[in-house]
Design a protein around this ligand. Structure first.
Ligand code: AOS
Ligand code: ZN
Ligand code: ZN
Length: 426
């Protein structure tokens, strides 16, 4: 199913008048305070966030999974769902594939189909956390870290195959997230596991083309509960540096122990020019993969504040590859992703509102109270009229979720695919 621009514009009429009044009021107020509103609108329009192919169906836990109605059962279906999100927001112009869940039968045809919806292929993800049918060896005791060289070889080869598929689709990066770790003290020789991982990653890195990047994701625990080989940003950074210039750390918001200061991690990585990828989600306890901004919106704003600062000041850091890595056990996945996109852009816009010069000055004066006032003044601004205006100017929906519902998109999808169609993946 496809949403035409005409239909979206027609829906926009309902909200146009209220939107214009709210937008003009806010824009005038901001301009008076010296904010360049056009600049913010441009930044909002430019930001494109990749949608992972595995977020288009319902997620699950180890206790089970409840499929959602009309999930996309094919790669075409997943791309077409991302096309819907992009039509509604003009900010989801890419998909991130997971291999082997999403192996295209005809890469050219898939590429053309995606292009017809304005969708590009972002990072490709390898999967060495599950055994595949007919595999000669098992990842039960790890993949790139495994003490058995033949398992490491298998995992390296899988990554090379993923790169090969990505090249055919026009991807420019590989994301490696490893489940490798141990469940019990004594199970691993920590040093050997890390060295094996480093050697394996170096091998993979040598096979990526000059215009590609390697993203190394870290995570403190799960699925292993005693130790994880790449447990934190420091280990990831160390491995990225051991690989080379085009290897970077990937920050996933859910991959931190409670109360970790993620914004400081972001600042440190950007200062080193090593923040390459970013996975958005939200969490209360661990890697909960909840809707972005649903639990800790202020933390998200503080993180965006460092991202905005870093993109402005750390020219050695490439523009990070943005992706939503959430999974929704009970919501309509497309509505959940629309909420996530909105939350990302809200925090982005609020961070763009921070008066950086005033903040630097207050920091120099050691005026702690004023520093907090400056940040919270930006955070407490209702920036939604800016998001709506950016979408309106891009022929996207002023109100994406309301438009999705008004156009009865889910029911049309169900008509096409059937109620019980199930997405491949986790
Ligand atoms: C796992 O926890 C990570 O966040 C990954 O990015 C992973 O590849 C993805 O969630 C699919 O399993
Ligand atoms: Zn992730
Ligand atoms: Zn995760």
């Amino acid at each position: 199913m496809k949403l035409s621009v005409e239909k979206i514009i027609e829906q926009n009429q309902k909200w146009l008048e209220t939107h214009e009044a709210a937008y003009n009021f806010l824009a005038e107020k901001l301009e008076k305070n010296g904010t360049d509103v056009e600049h913010i609108l441009k930044k909002l329009k430019d930001l494109q966030v990749a949608i992972p192919s595995w977020a288009l169906g319902a997620g699950g836990t180890r206790f089970g999974r409840f499929s959602y109605k009309g999930e996309p059962a094919t790669l075409e279906g997943k791309i077409s769902d991302v096309g819907l999100l992009h039509s509604l927001t003009q900010s989801a112009g890419a998909i991130s594939l997971h291999i082997p869940w999403d192996i295209p039968e005809d890469a050219n045809a898939i590429k053309e189909f995606a292009a017809s919806l304005g969708i590009e292929f972002d990072a490709v993800n390898s999967n060495t956390f599950q055994d595949q049918p007919r595999m000669k060896k098992s990842y039960r005791f790890g993949s790139l870290c495994n003490s058995d060289p033949s398992v490491r070889e298998l995992a390296i080869q899988h990554n090379l195959d993923v790169i090969n598929i990505g090249e055919k689709l026009g991807s420019k990066s590989l994301t490696v997230w490893l489940a490798d770790g141990s469940n019990f003290p004594g199970q691993h020789n920590f040093q050997e596991a890390l060295q094996n991982t480093r050697d394996s990653l170096q091998h993979i890195y040598k096979s990526i083309r000059d215009d590609w990047k390697l993203f190394i994701e870290y995570k403190p625990y799960e699925p292993n509960f005693y130790s994880t080989v790449i447990q934190d940003w420091g280990t990831s950074l160390m491995l990225a540096e051991a690989c080379g210039d085009r290897a970077y750390t990937l920050v996933d918001l859910g991959h931190h122990l409670p109360n970790t200061n993620i914004e400081q991690i972001v600042a440190t990585l950007m200062m080193k020019g090593k923040l390459g990828g970013f996975h958005f989600n939200d969490s209360k306890y661990g890697d909960d993969d909840l809707t972005v901004g649903s639990i800790k919106p202020y933390a998200l704003f503080l993180i965006w504040n460092e991202l905005v600062y870093g993109m402005e000041h750390n020219k050695n850091n490439p523009s990070p590859a943005w992706m939503i890595d959430a999974s929704h056990n009970i919501k309509d996945p497309l509505e959940d992703l629309l909420q996530s996109l909105e939350a990302i852009q809200i925090a982005h816009a609020q961070a763009l509102l921070v008066d950086q010069n005033a903040l630097r000055e207050a920091q120099k004066q050691q005026d702690v109270v004023l520093c907090q006032e400056i940040l919270q003044d930006a955070y407490r601004t209702d920036v939604r009229p800016l998001l709506r205006e950016a979408r309106l100017q891009s022929n996207a929906a002023i109100e994406p979720i309301a438009t999705y519902r008004a156009l009865d998109v889910r029911n049309q999808i169900i008509k096409e695919r059937g109620l019980h169609s199930v997405a491949s993946g986790l």
